[in-house]
Design a protein around this ligand. Structure first.
Ligand code: HH2
Length: 272
């Protein structure tokens, strides 16, 4: 899946399956908290076409409290080890903690997905020492505080400026394989999320692969009776299609089979 040795820049759209090993994630908390349930969900996502599995042991839903490092590692480490030994998936670790990233990279993860944009110097150092690919996401504040920070003059412009600066900082630190993510739902109103999707080509113009995680998010629930979680699958598929047409190159999704079909349609439109 590499182009010039890069995991995140494959020259086509990559599908990243979400594996939340948490008791409290916003859409699937508790479902894959048990190690066996996590394994079977991971195996299913790989069978359905996920090339990357993004393992997370801490919910970042609005209002979520931080999880201690030891507890986060207790959740994710066995799953990372299992994925490494039993599947061909590229493993991404979704964490804001350098200690969690370090142990998971040691166990075989190859991507650090940090919702805090790898602003922590210790996180950058861990990623660099392990030669990890990095996904830098935009957010403001913390999951606990971000709900009050969704105020922008020009959300797309401000997110782009921030992410361009993160790319420059990561490259200067010696990290070559970098992707960026506008962080839908993180200190953003529904309107901000739709604006970011519409103006995605501006972000893609930075020339760095763009990750989009719209899957099951609350902003989709503001439209057409999609409020309850079980009604958001179709909306997720539509958002994924819009994202790929807008230039996203990595799609982060819970429902992998549906996401794969949406990507196939969007890519066929772009090729035609
Ligand atoms: N969204 C979530 C978590 N991590 N990482 C990136 N790069 N982009 C995203 O949009 C993103 C992310 C939130 O979704 P989920 O992991 O399903 O929920 P929770 O944080 O409650 O576990």
């Amino acid at each position: 899946m590499t182009a010039g040795g890069r995991l995140l820049d494959a020259g086509r759209t990559l599908l990243m399956g979400v594996l939340n090993v948490t008791p409290d994630s916003f859409s699937d908390g508790g479902r894959f908290f048990d190690e066996h349930a996590a394994r079977s969900q991971a195996a299913r996502m790989v069978a359905e076409g996920a090339e990357i599995i993004d393992v997370g042991g801490e919910s970042t839903r609005p209002g979520a409290r931080p999880t201690p490092v030891e507890e986060e590692l207790r959740r994710v480490a066995p799953v990372v080890e299992w994925l490494r030994s039993q599947t061909p998936a590229v493993i991404s670790i979704d964490t804001r903690k350098a200690g969690v990233a370090e142990e998971c990279l040691r166990l075989g993860a190859r991507i650090v997905n940090d919702v805090t944009g790898l602003e922590d110097a210790a996180m950058i150092d861990v990623a660099r020492r392990h030669g990890a690919a990095c996904i830098a996401m935009h957010m403001r504040g913390t999951p606990e505080t971000m709900g009050t920070l969704a105020v922008y003059d020009d959300v797309a412009g401000e997110v782009k400026t921030y992410l361009a600066a993160r790319v420059a900082a990561l490259r200067a630190a010696g990290i070559k394989d970098v992707a960026i993510d506008p962080g839908l739902g993180f200190a953003k109103t529904a309107e901000h999320n739709f604006t970011l999707l519409r103006r995605l080509p501006e972000l893609a113009a930075l020339g760095v692969p763009v990750v989009i995680g719209a899957s099951r998010k609350r902003f989709l629930g503001t439209l057409a009776d999609m409020g309850p979680m079980e009604n958001r699958r179709d909306g997720t598929v539509a958002a994924i299609t819009a994202a790929v047409l807008g230039g996203a190159r990595i799609i982060r999704a819970h429902d992998v089979a549906e996401a794969r079909r949406a990507i196939a349609v969007a890519e066929a439109v772009m090729r035609a």
